[in-house]
Ligand binder design. Structure first.
Ligand code: DI6
Ligand code: FE
Length: 400
């Protein structure tokens, strides 16, 4: 059955720009967009269901392409300590930081992890998110990573959102492998990834390439294993220092390299050549009070596609709003509202390998869209948080 949605304007985001259609009409059929264009050109036909969008602006459903939504505990206590003058290094030496989240995550039941992650995910959904990527990476042993990945799958099954799962076993060194990083990488490649992939729990593989995490050589071993398993790769790269992880990611045709504050122009050239998306994470930049900006000019000049994501995690980006990330991308990174919106739609879809079916309003794509009661698309980057009046359509059906 065909459904007509009309009395709206559309920012279709095709080709990564607004590509506005004023006084648009959208015809959905089942889960897909059947036709979209100016209402004056609507094909004659029988539309048994007609929805009046009352002048709303329609955009693709938002896509948050980098989150760590599933974790135990939280670190607001550490945040408070740091503001009282305790250093990050002192906190880490006392067993805090990422290690404390790993302990809390290992101790939590699948049920507890699901309940806490569902609350956070619902918060993201209130911003019109219809697709989200969630990483493991706070378990760091086979059973705990499996537990997280199963929660990620269950979130996708039970909440009205398409969920992509990424295995980030190479996030940090677990305590039982202290001073044995190569052995842990070996364990990931020979035991964890093959088992988790065989169980159908993994859509992509990620790693943290950083002097305080894993070296490019170690990351490369993870990438080779992922490719043998037929899984696409992504990388946390150039967040705190320049190890050229983003160039390494490009060599492995990574879907994305993420963070990138310390990347070089040569890294940008390599990413442009391989079509690797630059995922910028303004929440982490802001929360860490980073001052090194990602090289926006080089990314633009070389035509690297830029996505924006929340990085929702307990240590460096406790961000529960994607629209707030749009504002931060504009204020912190000087992205335009148009670039920022492309960053949470079509370019985010590309960062997940889903651009053929998601991320823009085009005939043939999945009918995931949001009708916003706003004056113009820039309002999505303009307002700082809060909630905007909107209607969300997922797979052609309106959801609450
Ligand atoms: N980069 C980050 O900012 C987070 N992970 C990563 O790879 C930090 C995670 C944490 O501190 O819990
Ligand atoms: Fe991250």
């Amino acid at each position: 059955m065909k459904t007509l949605w009309q009395n709206c304007h559309a920012a279709t985001m095709a080709q990564g720009v607004y590509a506005i259609i004023e006084d648009a009409a959208i015809v959905t059929q089942g889960e897909h967009i059947h036709w979209i264009g100016p209402r004056a050109e609507l094909p004659a036909g029988d539309y048994p269901a007609v929805n009046d969008l009352k002048g709303a602006w329609v955009t693709p459903g938002l896509i948050d392409c980098h989150t760590h939504t599933v974790f135990g505990g939280n670190r607001s206590g550490e945040f408070e300590q740091r503001l009282q003058g305790v250093s990050y290094a002192d906190i880490a030496a006392a067993g805090g930081g990422i290690a404390s989240t790993v302990r809390a995550t290992r101790a939590a039941s699948e049920e507890e992890l699901f309940a806490s992650a569902a609350k956070r995910l619902k918060s993201l959904l209130r911003d019109g998110v219809t697709t989200v990527e969630i990483k493991s990476g706070y378990g760091l042993d086979l059973a705990s990573e499996r537990k997280i990945l199963r929660v990620i799958r269950r979130l996708g099954a039970e909440l009205p959102v398409c969920v992509r799962s990424t295995c980030l076993a190479a996030h940090a060194l677990p305590p039982e492998y202290k001073d044995r990083a190569d052995d842990y990488i070996e364990h990931i490649c020979t035991v964890m990834l093959p088992a988790l992939a065989a169980e159908g729990l993994v859509d992509a593989v990620d790693a943290f390439c950083e002097y305080l995490a894993f070296s490019p050589a170690q990351v490369e071993r993870v990438f080779i294993t992922a490719q043998q398993l037929g899984l696409p790769v992504k990388l946390h790269a150039e967040q705190l220092s320049s190890l050229h992880g983003s160039s390494l990611a490009a060599r492995y045709q990574a879907l994305s390299a993420d963070h990138l504050e310390f990347m070089t122009e040569d890294d940008a050239i390599a990413m442009a050549a391989s079509g690797t998306v630059a995922v910028l994470l303004p929440g982490a930049f802001y929360f860490l009070r980073e001052t090194q900006l990602p090289p926006m000019d080089a990314l633009r000049r070389h035509g690297v596609k830029i996505a924006v994501a929340s990085d929702l995690n307990p240590g460096t980006s406790p961000a529960l709003s994607v629209r707030l990330m749009l504002n931060m991308a504009c204020t912190c990174f000087r992205m335009t509202p148009e670039e920022a919106l492309a960053g949470v739609t079509i370019h985010a879809a590309q960062a997940l390998g889903m651009a053929r079916t998601h991320g823009s309003l085009e005939a043939g794509k999945v009918a995931d869209f949001v009708a916003w009661h706003i004056d113009r698309p820039a309002d999505l980057s303009y307002w700082l948080g809060g909630e905007l009046e909107k209607r969300v359509v997922r797979h052609g059906v309106e959801i609450d």
